[in-house]
Design a binder for this molecule. Structure first.
Ligand SMILES: [Zn+2]
Length: 349
């Protein structure tokens, strides 16, 4: 196939890929030499108002599945909860940036899932028949609300596979072939991609601590539960420095008169959590938790000035709360952990 001209398809969108996406693809392909691997692509679709109706697709980032993804030769399956949560967080965060008016008009578009890239063995630079069936099934499912998918194929080859109009050589051995499938199409079409340097496109930022450091999340919540503090599910709100969403939750002891409102920045513990206090309310009822948290936060005062950065790294939220309880006049009930309280923030509802 290499070097063969691709059939010209009228109506192909303009595809732009960020350099960081190519670098991440090459890095993941190197890390998973023998096996297939792949990730979800996110970016923007611009309707083509300034390009005679030819839409533009901008690939801004790629989201790795967690280690539970099945990585075996010729099989790749992803879509684990961690990946979905990260995609959801990125979309929420992007939405908040749009609402704050932080983005230039050109990029004021919804952040979308745009398809998956995956690595294929040897010189297989085209999606397989299995890939085609999967992609068609995805597009047929109206719940997904997609009328096209991108399916870039990453290959590691010692020998130069030659050039193709839809191929980008990332480094000495990694090639990416870009493929596009529209709902009505019978097969994938090769689509040329233009590389933009990262500064030319908006960045999505690092993953937030609760998704990047899942062990820390688990140990923080374990410690809270051990201390008799029951957390609510997480909510994401723009509270602290108005650059990214903060990871927030309520925290209470059974029988206490007050609740703690906790807001952790996405880079916690590099920057400290802010803790406020409010009157008790039922944590079991997590309807409108988002709105209820925000309303309580606005009417509460920060409990302490955030401690120095150097003191924060080794401390966890449970010990900060206990210290506040010791020093303040917060009345607390005896420490009891209710039956069935789980370690994960979701299990704690
Ligand atoms: Zn494949």
């Amino acid at each position: 196939m290499s070097g063969m001209p691709l059939p010209q398809t009228p109506g192909l969108p303009n595809l732009v890929v960020a350099q960081c996406v190519l670098d991440k693809m090459a890095g993941a392909a190197r890390a998973w030499q023998a096996d297939e691997t792949g990730e979800a692509l996110v970016g923007l679709v611009e309707p083509g108002l300034h390009t005679n109706g030819v839409p533009g697709i901008y690939l801004l980032d790629t989201i790795a599945p967690d280690d539970s993804a099945l990585r075996m030769a010729h099989t790749f399956q992803q879509g684990d909860p961690h990946q979905d949560e990260l995609l959801w967080w990125l979309q929420e965060n992007w939405h908040a940036r749009r609402q704050r008016g932080d983005l230039p008009p050109k990029w004021d578009l919804p952040l979308r899932y745009l398809g998956d890239w995956h690595k294929q063995p040897g010189g297989m630079t085209r999606p397989s028949q299995g890939d085609l069936r999967t992609a068609k099934a995805w597009l047929r499912d109206s719940e997904n609300g997609m009328d096209f998918l991108l399916a870039p194929i990453v290959t590691s080859q010692r020998q130069d596979p030659g050039s193709a109009s839809n191929r980008i050589r990332v480094d000495g051995q990694t090639c990416v072939d870009f493929w596009y499938l529209q709902r009505q199409q019978r097969d994938f079409t090769g689509i040329p991609a233009t590389v933009y340097q990262d500064g030319q496109l908006p960045g999505l930022g690092a993953s937030p601590w609760h998704l990047r450091e899942t062990q820390r999340l688990e140990s923080e919540f374990d410690r809270l539960l051990e201390t008799g503090l029951i957390p609510s599910p997480l909510v994401f709100l723009d509270l602290l420095d108005h650059s990214e969403l903060d990871i927030c939750f309520l925290l209470g002891r059974p029988g206490a008169e007050q609740l703690f409102l906790i807001a952790t920045p996405p880079d916690y513990p590099a920057h400290p959590a802010e803790i406020r206090i409010t009157a008790f309310m039922d944590l079991e009822d997590d309807n409108h938790l988002h709105e209820r948290f925000l309303q309580r936060w606005r009417n509460a005062q920060p409990l302490v000035a955030p401690p120095e950065k150097s003191q924060v790294g080794g401390r966890n939220l449970a010990s900060q709360i206990e210290e506040l309880e010791r020093n303040g006049d917060l009345r607390t009930a005896p420490v009891t952990v209710p039956q069935g309280a789980g370690p994960s923030p979701r299990a704690a509802t």
